[in-house]
Design a binder for this molecule. Structure first.
Ligand SMILES: C[S@@+](CC[C@H](N)C(=O)[O-])C[C@H]1O[C@@H](n2cnc3c(N)ncnc32)[C@H](O)[C@@H]1O
Length: 445
């Protein structure tokens, strides 16, 4: 990482060269969000828009671009940076309408800036092949999905009727939703304030009863939104906002008691619970100390720190409560395949092996969480995955081996909220709609 920091801070590097560096680092296993934090400040304000689109777009269409580069290369490219440069060049030519001379010459120049001059002629040759018949290649990249093969296979198996739609939807960007802090104002009131500020937005349905949220219809810095610093709102996906509303329906009587929020960081669901309910105690656990600090930051900004809330660094696979809890929210670690639109690096980072390991981790956490639940208590299981092994299959398996668990039925009613044998799967099909999430509620009998 030190090496990356030295390079990214070089003033002489163009934004194309920096995009290449960042994607190389993602291929080495680092996340886009942490790399963006380190990189954006090193780029001129005037170039930031271009840099961001080039970077995120290349990631979003990575696998479609890879199919083109594979068909044009005589042999595998051993230098990862050169392959990334080819994809960055192709993205400009096939998606960004950058004039070919700029896309080709400036990408080749970026390769030289990165001390990879030995690969400049290869990058140049591949990009020039595409320049000869651009329409043919543009058609090719747009036609198919841009998913890794293992994920395409899983989705075809799990969602045959939605497979094509999912393939297209997962390469678009997702809308931004605001959860309004009910302790400060209502959705309607905040919508009125946004209208006064001439910020384009819509009030949209959450799919549960008459609950609503706000979707922003223009790009705006979140910190510039009215009353952001005073904690009137939080950015949270439409489907992520379902958790507290579901609990209100399914565990109304238990919510005044002791509530455990497992895998809580950065606190999106913790803070929503605190905004809505007066609980005897809320304990938010996560095993990542740094991420848990963000829970504290959110509690502070949303003015929720005076409530009966505690945070704890602990491993949810083995942590034991002194006394059982009345409600448990388990937002399990998952492959995050439901949020690829927001985190396109997931398509490059995840492997088939990760799915197996994640399922195992979820199983261990769910089994241990169940031991901490009071008889009569309710556990809400959540993931932001769209793979059935982490969701419906995981729950069916749990119900088979735990006869004291009873699924609690509920209804969600948006078209992309799909009833399962246990719980609901929300699919990220609608460009104006929420991400991929799974919800299931169990009661201990
Ligand atoms: C989906 S995120 C949680 C999002 C959070 N609930 C929210 O709404 O903002 C999953 C979390 O699980 C945590 N995690 C992963 N393995 C864990 C474990 N063994 N014990 C506790 N937390 C774990 C991760 O650090 C991560 O913060």
């Amino acid at each position: 990482m030190n090496n990356f920091l030295d390079k990214i801070n070089k003033k002489t590097l163009s934004s194309r060269a920096k995009s290449i560096l960042v994607i190389e680092e993602i291929l080495n296993g680092n996340s886009l969000s942490s790399l963006l934090d380190m990189t954006l400040g090193t780029i001129n304000e005037t170039d930031r828009g271009f840099f961001h689109e080039l970077l995120v777009g290349t990631l979003r269409h990575w696998h479609a671009l890879a199919r083109i580069s594979e068909s044009l290369l005589d042999k595998e490219v051993s230098d990862q940076g050169l392959l990334v440069a080819i994809h960055v060049g192709l993205y400009q030519m096939l998606y960004m309408n950058t004039p070919d001379y700029a896309a080709i010459n400036d990408t080749v120049e970026a390769v030289k800036q990165l001390d990879k001059g030995y690969g400049a002629s290869l990058v140049n040759a591949i990009l020039r092949k595409v320049q000869k018949t651009p329409t043919k290649f543009a058609k090719k990249v747009h036609k198919n999905h841009s998913l890794p093969n293992w994920l395409a296979k899983e989705l075809k198996q799990d969602w045959p009727e939605y497979y094509d739609e999912l393939g297209q939807a997962l390469r678009t960007c997702a809308a931004v939703f605001l959860r309004i802090n009910e302790r400060q104002c209502s959705v309607e009131q905040y919508s009125g304030i946004l209208t006064q500020h001439q910020t384009a937005h819509q009030i949209v349905k959450l799919g549960i009863d008459d609950k609503q949220t706000i979707r922003l219809d223009e790009q705006i810095r979140i910190v510039d939104l009215p009353h952001f610093q005073e904690g009137w709102l939080m950015v949270q996906d439409l489907h992520a906002q379902l958790s507290a509303h579901l609990l209100e329906k399914l565990a109304k009587n238990q919510l005044s008691g002791r509530v455990l929020d497992l895998c809580a960081a950065p606190g999106g669901k913790t803070t929503h619970l605190l905004e809505k309910f007066h609980m005897e105690q809320l304990l938010a656990i996560d095993n990542d100390e740094k991420r848990l600090l963000r829970v504290q930051e959110n509690l502070d900004r949303l003015r929720l720190n005076d409530m009966a809330v505690q945070t704890l660094v602990a491993d949810a696979r083995s942590w034991q409560a002194d006394k059982p809890y009345d409600v448990i929210v388990l937002d399990a670690p998952c492959t995050a395949t439901g949020v690829i639109r927001r985190h396109p690096d997931i398509g490059l980072l995840r492997t088939e092996d990760d799915v197996r390991q994640t399922c195992q981790l979820q199983k261990q956490i769910l089994n241990n969480a169940w031991q901490q639940l009071q008889v009569g208590g309710v556990l809400l299981y959540i993931t932001c995955s769209i793979l059935k092994v982490e969701n419906e299959h995981q729950l069916l398996d749990f119900l088979n081996t735990n006869t004291d668990a009873k699924p609690l039925p509920f209804t969600l009613d948006l078209p992309n909220q799909i009833k399962q044998q246990v719980g609901y799967q929300c699919l990220p099909l609608d460009t104006q709609g929420g991400d991929g999430f799974y919800y299931a509620a169990l009661q201990k009998v």
